[in-house]
Design a protein around this ligand. Sequence first.
Ligand code: GDP
Length: 193
Amino acid sequence: MSTSGAKFKFKVTVVGDGRVGKTSLIKKFTKGGFQQDYIKTIGAQFTVYHKDIKEDKIELLFWDIAGQDEFSFLRPSFFKNSKAAIIVFSLEENDLGNESFKHISNWHNDVMQFCGGIPVILFANKVDLIDEKDINLSKIENIINNLGLLGYYVTSAKTGQGVIEAFNTIINELYDKYKALSLSFNDSNSSES
Ligand code: GDP
């Protein structure tokens, strides 16, 4: 048994229509210590981020899609081993805003199909482009309830509003879940290697 804490590694996939701000949100959150890589064969990019919680070390791999078009047949490898998912839509009052909201349930279907019942959180991004009091919260709350999502955060990758809180919610959720599992299964999910 180690006294120096456990190590956890979580893959988190970030999905949503093109240009809603997935890459910008990941960049904003991981700023300072990130390393980004691009996997050509599956049209995805990932960013590694390290975070300590108490005595434990967490490595997060945020995956997002690079180039929407030729992506669909590669989805299984993109989603493989994801421990959580973030669905992003844009609050913009234009076609991207409307379409990206409509497509939340499609993205959720994909996550369920390829990852099963992992925790999913919704980011309502680009709040800096609208008047916050115009947000139709009941519409967002309905979709959260209908799809059984963990919750939603109003974010801006531009100003940083809500970004840290939103990502930390999913990270803490994963940590609490796998920490409890590792304790109950005596280190089955933590590794020193
Ligand atoms: P992705 O295709 O979902 O990864 O979207 P990107 O992160 O590439 O962002 C698409 C465009 O939207 C870029 O021009 C970003 O600078 C811009 N963008 C992303 N997030 C925000 C935001 O919160 N506010 C504003 N004003 N622009 C944003």
